[in-house]
Design a protein around this ligand. Structure first.
Ligand SMILES: *[C@@H]1O[C@H](CO)[C@@H](O)[C@H](O)[C@H]1NC(C)=O
Ligand SMILES: *[C@@H]1O[C@H](CO)[C@@H](O)[C@H](O)[C@H]1NC(C)=O
Ligand SMILES: *[C@@H]1O[C@H](CO)[C@@H](O)[C@H](O)[C@H]1NC(C)=O
Ligand SMILES: *[C@@H]1O[C@H](CO)[C@@H](O)[C@H](O)[C@H]1NC(C)=O
Ligand SMILES: *[C@@H]1O[C@H](CO)[C@@H](O)[C@H](O)[C@H]1NC(C)=O
Ligand SMILES: CC(=O)N[C@H]1CO[C@H](CO)[C@@H](O)[C@@H]1O
Length: 432
């Protein structure tokens, strides 16, 4: 990035991606005695009146949407504006993260600034889709671990968990899962109690929780926390279920903010708006447009075979009524899916991340795509670093098992952004 580049950072919140992990950022920050000022450039909220239903020409209702603005580095009048679409949890400010630290200098704004979009995960897809639909309003976008391809039966998700775990860990996870299934038959209540999950009356909901708990380890670059004790227990004839439940309680729940309630369909049916409503909202996206149904592959799955297509359709029906169905074909037709026909979007994926199969699969000069391959390279690693936990929002790469892999991709990102912004100066906004 050339050093005279001033910019504004604006950030706004959207839905979040993973059912399992929406509380990640939220839960940790308060409990570790770090003041928000250490993490955020600003936490001063602004509001604007946003259209409630963009699909209806007749509904003019609005809601108040929150956003943040950081102007200290802005260069008047025509400096670029970096728009970060938040996601996967509450958006509490503009973080002192990789974007804001690496792309740094000063000034002011005008109405004709080049805009560049950023997002990770579902917001990564939104970042790509914004560029696709409004090329005249943007100079480009970064689509980090962007799930641009809606997938009806997303068995590649579980398959990736099996690949991200090595053979031994995969075998230990599969055996644990079998033991959990047996345990549910023998003494349902005792097994659920080990996970503080007695409130989950539907056994498959419980198995979804335990599957997601394993996902968290790989998606966020913390697989050692799961695999080391589990493999050790298997080798030493230890109690796998006990070991697994300890991982879930001590790491997923205590540190990473995994909650049981969002797996409870009674709770998910609740339409009263609370901080937890994000889970219901995400299921609505999933049940109507995107699916990404994380079904067990027919062969050699890590998760229970009870987590199948029927399970998901049944959950959708249970939450939103009969006839709720994700029209993934319409979604992919509208946005292009893997074949998104846009330009100047950077796609990035982490090698251990189960979501990467819903992202762009090929690289081209107009849509450069990068994979970061390392032991703890997960979801959004280019921006969030590794491993990811609530305490590491600044996205440092030094704890990645191969920092070079991440730094090289970051260098490429900066080069693309620099070039695309320079091609986008002044009033002639490039849509090529
Ligand atoms: C949003 O709408 C409310 C109520 O109609 C109004 O009072 C407020 O000024 C509006 N805010 C902005 C930023 O336009
Ligand atoms: C920002 O720009 C306005 C006019 O465009 C100017 O009056 C103001 O002094 C500038 N602020 C800074 C901090 O440069
Ligand atoms: C599980 O429940 C017990 C008893 O209610 C509680 O003491 C413990 O903190 C809970 N553990 C977690 C990880 O939530
Ligand atoms: C099932 O998976 C195993 C182990 O990966 C493999 O050896 C076998 O060929 C697979 N069977 C089928 C029907 O795909
Ligand atoms: C990062 O690595 C350092 C040692 O290189 C270690 O002290 C620190 O705890 C690690 N941080 C995380 C979040 O893993
Ligand atoms: C699943 C996956 O990793 N997809 C792609 C991620 O990006 C790299 C680099 O372009 C591709 O080679 C992968 O196919």
């Amino acid at each position: 990035m050339s050093s005279d580049l001033g910019f504004i950072l604006i950030t706004t919140v959207t839905a979040f991606l993973s059912y399992s992990t929406s509380a990640l950022l939220h839960s940790g920050s308060a409990s570790h005695g770090v003041s928000p000022r250490d993490y955020y450039l600003t936490t001063d909220a602004h509001w604007f009146n946003q259209t409630l239903d963009h699909y209806s020409p007749h509904d003019h209702r609005k809601f108040r949407q929150r956003y943040y603005e950081y102007l200290d580095n802005f260069r008047a009048p025509d400096g670029p504006v970096f728009m970060i679409i938040c996601g996967e949890g509450p958006c509490s400010g503009i973080a002192k993260d990789y974007i804001s630290e690496a792309l740094n200098v000063k000034l002011n704004r005008s109405s004709d600034n080049p805009w560049f979009f950023f997002g990770v995960s579902y917001p990564g897809a939104l970042s790509a889709w914004f560029r696709l639909k409004f090329p005249h309003l943007t100079c480009g976008s970064l689509a980090s671990s962007a799930v641009v391809h809606a997938v009806y039966e997303f068995s590649a998700f579980d398959q990736q968990i099996g690949e991200s775990a090595d053979q031994e860990c995969k075998a230990a996870l599969q055996e644990t899962n079998k033991l959990l299934e047996i345990g549910l038959k023998v003494n349902r209540k005792a097994v659920k109690a080990l996970f503080n999950a007695t409130e989950l009356h539907v056994d498959a909901d419980f198995l979804y929780l335990t599957a997601d708990a394993a996902v968290m380890a790989f998606q966020y670059g913390n697989s050692d926390k799961l695999c080391v004790p589990l493999v050790e227990a298997k080798e030493n004839g230890g109690d796998l279920v006990e070991t697994y439940s300890k991982y879930v309680r001590d790491h997923c729940m205590k540190v990473w903010g995994l909650h049981v309630r969002p797996y409870n369909r009674k709770h998910l049916r609740n339409t009263v708006v609370t901080a937890d409503s994000t889970y219901r909202i995400w299921w609505f996206q999933v049940c109507t447009e995107l699916a990404y149904f994380q079904v067990a592959p027919a062969n050699n799955s890590v998760r229970s075979q009870q987590i199948n297509t029927e399970y998901h359709l049944n959950l959708c029906k249970s939450l939103f009524g009969k006839g709720t169905y994700p029209d993934v074909e319409a979604t992919n037709l509208y946005y292009g899916g893997h074949k998104i026909a846009a330009t100047k979007i950077i796609f990035t994926n982490g090698s251990q991340d189960p979501w990467r199969h819903a992202s762009k699969q090929t690289s081209s000069p107009e849509l450069p795509s990068y994979i970061m391959d390392c032991h703890n390279c997960g979801h959004g690693t280019d921006l969030r670093g590794c491993p990811q936990s609530p305490m590491v929002i600044e996205g440092k790469s030094n704890n990645c098992s191969s920092p070079d892999v991440v730094n090289k991709v970051r260098q490429q990102m900066v080069e693309h952004i620099d070039l695309w912004l320079s091609e986008c100066r002044g009033s002639t906004r490039s849509s090529k």
